[in-house]
Design a binder for this molecule. Structure first.
Ligand code: PEP
Ligand code: MG
Length: 763
């Protein structure tokens, strides 16, 4: 330890140096060592930080404070954290360290070189460095004194309240925690983006590059549709180029931060990367992949013709995929008619039938391609017949997307113009993976399928066992058998509104026409089909959650109130708590099922925003003869309020909680999940969404309550991996996603175990 200097240059660093330079520093050093053009950088080592603590006498003082903190006392913890941070920031940096930092900065280039200063956590097993306060980053730092204080600020970030709490809970020794600081020349990219060194789904040696103008943040955050290039490593040639209309870019904003600005007209439709740059980037990608032994997800930027590789990490999504996409040879020759989001995987060819009104669905024939503005739940019978579905509106979580995935019907949503561009009777091929509709037929035959027969998921011959339960979502009982065939550990969400919508009469109609018994029986029978398909496994049935507009076309729908914003309106538990009869009839169906011995039935309440709603629902159920202390009752976390107040729900006795990210995302970042105009900003990985999920998981864990996810985000392997790292108990995914989610979960669990074993060996 004594021998490690205050500063290490990237060229001197290898991945083994993690204890001195932290995770970020080690990975940059490793990249530089294999010849990747990483922007120049040095690291203020963890040893320099230790020397700082010892020489200033801070170590003793910090230890004294941290020894006496009751981390469960929030106010005391915050106060202690603030005072330690202030001490670290105010202390005079020892001259030796100060001089070393200054000299290194000078060595990097001119005196006013702009750098980024980032803390680099040395405790590899911190599951969430950002939450532990260890991801402090200062961009646009210029000049010696700004640099020195940024370094000290990074050091102080080690003492955020959350970080102290985390370490106390994990039993980390405060004496041994350390932090390194990376100082790197800031690359103000003129163009930037990401690269998958191999195809992220099939694993083929096709390098996929996405790039746009300005800083890479625009591509990573999804605020722009980037250019898309495919470089074939076998033939060493560019296979595909799609030049997007790039309306915005992110650029540096003065000396601090960044801003989103419009791209001037002349560059909007211009190809971002030259052919040479594509080839060069692909070559760097190949170097990284060969070195690390697995395909990489790389961030890059270009300034004045110089390419910089900013980050490289393994891709986690490669795996078996049942819903195939178009072979690139065929798709290369075909003409793309419209583009949208690939909402349900698979390919189908057929004749277009444009439906402008639900009344016209009679015209839909077996094997057609249904093209419509937006599907409605009452279009489900027509959706069952068709080979594929294409909509103008909607995003990945819209009705058309959910039902198509369950039916196993390829779907492309949010094309904006399909109902105008396509014509009745036109022969087209739909690629539900890539979100493309091509002219003509590739196979010469219609690939029409019916949902119940399509073997969407093949169970792997060697079963993958995961400690995290992998469950499946079901919306229509006819999908129950296919759902069960995935081998899922239960049903994490059974939406009953689709079952009711299939009846084509609103609950209000049944009540007004004194046909309550009929309604209860329909519910009972539909739910029973799913329960029977999952003997001995839990099935969480969700009480009714249909926005008023979805019921409008049904019999009785004329009585639904007209709402300006049904998404924020009379739906979920808030409606059931006011419409007693509607709630009572659902409870009656559950009661009969419990009585019939279906102990695996759990009931989940949607759209709860306050624990009082859960308590009230329980009281009502008790009044209707349910032993609420025995049955399994839980909630969806799909409103930020319920994530924030999760502890109060836990105290109120929920037996489980499940993230409904489709809604949680829209309510957290104010992006309508059904609006194709903002679909590209619908970001499941928005830091605010992740922060809500993270803290709710930790609270559930503290109470020993199952915490799950049933929103679409749980069907994304990357997200699943993140959730496992953060301690989720179960993940409920779409039928078509079970295999890849199970694989991602298993890999992540193994990695966690491996890292823990390595760490304990290293001690
Ligand atoms: C969700 O909001 O994530 C969810 C699963 O519910 P729905 O999609 O039915 O709103
Ligand atoms: Mg929801």
């Amino acid at each position: 330890m004594k021998d490690v200097p205050n500063i290490l240059w990237l060229e001197e660093i290898r991945k083994e140096d993690i204890a001195s330079v932290g995770g970020k520093g080690a990975s940059l050093g490793e990249m530089a060592s294999i010849g990747l053009p990483v922007p120049p950088a040095f690291v203020v080592t963890a040893q320099a930080f230790r020397r700082f603590l010892i020489e200033t006498g801070l170590e003793q003082n910090i230890f004294k404070i941290s020894e006496n903190i009751d981390v469960e006392d929030n106010a005391a913890l915050e106060k202690a954290a603030e005072s330690i941070k202030a001490m670290v920031i105010k202390a005079a940096m020892p001259d030796a360290i100060k001089n070393d930092v200054k000299a290194s900065y000078k060595k990097m280039g001119q005196s006013d070189l702009i750098v980024a200063v980032r803390s680099s956590a040395t405790a590899e097993d911190l599951p969430d460095a950002s939450f532990a306060g260890q991801q402090e980053t200062y961009l646009n730092i210029k000049g010696e004194s700004a640099l020195l204080s940024a370094v000290q600020n990074c050091w102080a970030s080690l003492y955020g309240a959350r970080a102290i709490y985390y370490r106390a809970k994990q039993g980390f020794e405060e004496h041994s925690v350390n932090i390194a600081v990376v100082v790197q020349q800031l690359v103000h990219s003129e163009k930037a983006g990401v690269m998958f060194t191999s195809h992220p789904i099939s694993g083929e040696p096709l390098t996929i590059i996405e790039g746009s103008w300005g800083l890479g943040e625009a591509v990573v955050s999804g605020s722009v549709s980037p250019d898309h290039y495919v470089f074939d490593q076998r033939t060493e040639s560019i296979g595909e180029k799609m030049i997007a209309n790039k309306k915005v870019e992110i650029i540096p904003d003065g000396s601090h931060g960044t801003k989103l600005v419009p791209v001037d007209k002349s560059r909007q439709d211009t190809q971002v990367l030259s052919n040479d740059e594509i080839a060069k980037l692909a070559m760097y990608g190949k170097i990284a992949e060969n070195h690390y032994g697995v395909p990489q997800d790389v961030e890059w930027g270009i300034v004045a013709g110089t390419i910089y590789i900013l980050q490289s990490r393994p891709i986690t999504t490669i795996g078996k995929r049942e819903g195939k996409s178009m072979s690139s040879d065929k798709s290369k020759e075909a003409k793309i008619l419209v583009k949208g989001q690939g909402a349900a995987p698979g390919i189908a060819t057929g004749k277009v039938v444009i439906i402008r009104d639900v009344k016209d669905t009679g015209a839909v024939k077996e094997g057609d391609i249904l093209v419509t503005r937006m599907t409605n739940p009452d279009m489900v019978p027509a959706m069952r017949k068709v080979a594929a579905i294409v909509t103008d509106e909607g995003g990945m979580t819209c009705h058309a997307a959910i039902v198509s995935r369950e039916l196993g019907t390829p779907a492309v949503v949010g094309t904006k113009t399909a109902t105008q561009q396509l014509t009745n009777g036109q022969l087209v091929t739909v690629d539900g993976e890539m979100g493309l509709v091509y002219e003509g037929s590739f196979t010469g035959t219609s690939t029409a399928k019916s949902g119940t027969q399509t073997p969407v998921v093949a169970v792997s011959s060697v079963p993958i066992i995961t400690a995290t339960s992998v469950k499946v979502n079901v919306s229509i009982p006819e999908a129950a058998a296919r759902a069960a065939a995935t081998g899922a550990d239960g049903v994490g969400l059974l939406r009953i509104e689709h079952l009711i919508l299939g009846l084509n009469k609103t609950p209000g109609w049944f009540i007004a026409n004194h046909k309550e018994e009929e309604f209860v029986k329909e519910l009972y029978d539909g739910i029973k089909i799913v329960l029977d398909a999952f003997p001995g496994k839990t099935v969480w049935v969700r009480t009714l959650d249909a926005p008023t507009d979805e019921f409008r076309n049904m019999q009785g729908g004329e009585n639904e109130p007209l709402e300006h914003n049904p998404m924020l309106g009379w739906r979920g538990i808030r409606r059931d708590l006011q419409s007693f009869d509607q709630f009572r009839l659902q409870v009656e169906a559950f009661k009969r099922l419990w009585k019939a011995g279906y102990e695996n039935l759990g009931v989940m309440f949607p759209m709860v925003s306050h624990p009082d709603q859960f308590i009230r629902a329980k009281e009502l159920m008790k009044g209707w003869g349910i032993d609420v202390d025995i049955v399994t009752l839980g909630i969806m976390i799909e409103i930020p309020a319920s994530a924030i107040m999760i502890e109060d729900f836990l105290k109120a006795g929920i037996k489980f909680a499940s993230f409904g990210t489709n809604d949680l995302i829209q309510y957290t970042i104010a992006i309508d999940r059904n609006n194709e105009n903002v679909a590209d900003m619908y970001n499941p990985q928005h830091p605010a969404v992740l922060a809500l999920i993270h803290s709710a998981i930790q609270q559930c864990r503290a109470y020993g309550v199952e915490c799950s996810i049933c929103g679409q985000a749980g069907s994304d392997p990357k997200m699943a991996s993140w959730l496992v790292e953060h301690g989720i108990t179960s993940i409920s995914a779409n039928i078509d996603a079970i295999a890849k989610i199970r694989e991602a979960v298993a890999k992540t669990e193994k990695r966690i175990i491996l890292e823990a074993a390595r760490n304990s060996n290293a001690e």
